[in-house]
Design a protein around this ligand. Structure first.
Ligand code: PRP
Length: 220
């Protein structure tokens, strides 16, 4: 049995065409079914529906053989392992090029960011992405006091909880709707295929078939 961990939403939707290219059709719809283990048209392949931030954990611990996760989620997960995919017992064979967005710094439109980040300054930053934010501001020589939030980061500067946020930006609509402006582009994000190293050794042929089919679909 090959087990693939996916999160609901954009990653799930955008993975379906890649699975189809590998000859795999998911037989349940996670939006209408409450099932967490989904059957596919291939009896030897199943899909787990997990929280986005849990995908790397499932694959690392062998609860799934493969998983699809955002680069953001993967970097935050790997921070516990010195940032190393290999140290976590994983391979990252493919950038799938789906679920693209970016991680940016945003502030209230009336906030003087350039003044605030002058050398040696302190900045209060609300984010879910502690490792990414820490690394980014350290490289700039800005002392960032990080405030961990789990969602709705855009609220923090509006109520004075922080000066800035570090968050995903896709269309920019959420920032605009909350009078925030993007002041720094930290990195581009896309979904990555991750693979449990031990699973790949034990189930070489069927896992290679899926990885190769994904690779061809991405190249095409
Ligand atoms: C993400 C992100 C922003 C929004 C950006 O939130 O945190 O809030 O999408 O997208 P946009 O630029 O197209 O407006 P998501 O809806 O994924 O929920 P989350 O707050 O749980 O991360």
């Amino acid at each position: 049995m090959i087990t693939l961990a996916l999160s609901k939403g954009r990653i799930f939707e955008e993975t379906l065409p890649l699975l189809r290219a590998a000859g795999i059709e998911v037989l349940d719809d996670p939006d209408t079914s409450r099932k967490l283990i989904l059957d596919t048209s291939q009896p030897g392949v199943r899909v787990l529906v997990v929280r986005a931030s849990d995908v790397p954990t499932y694959v690392q611990q062998g609860g799934a053989d493969l998983g699809i996760t955002g680069r953001d989620t993967l970097i935050e997960h790997l921070a516990q392992w010195g940032g190393s995919v290999g140290a976590a017992g994983l391979y990252q064979p493919l950038d799938l090029g789906i679920s693209r967005c970016r991680i940016s710094v945003a502030v209230r439109s009336d906030f003087d960011y350039a003044f605030a980040v002058r050398q040696g300054a302190r900045l209060r930053v609300a984010t879910k992405y502690l490792a990414i934010a820490r690394e980014f501001f350290a490289a700039k020589g800005v002392h960032a006091d990080l405030i961990k939030l789990y969602g709705s980061m855009e609220l923090a500067p509006l109520v004075g909880l922080s000066d800035a946020i570090v968050d995903l930006v896709s269309t920019g609509n959420t920032l605009r709707a909350n009078q925030l402006v993007e002041v720094e582009h930290i990195m581009d994000i896309s979904a990555r295929l991750i693979v449990n190293q031990a699973s790949l050794k034990l189930k070489q042929a069927p896992m290679r078939a899926i990885i190769d089919a994904f690779a061809s679909a991405v190249a095409a």
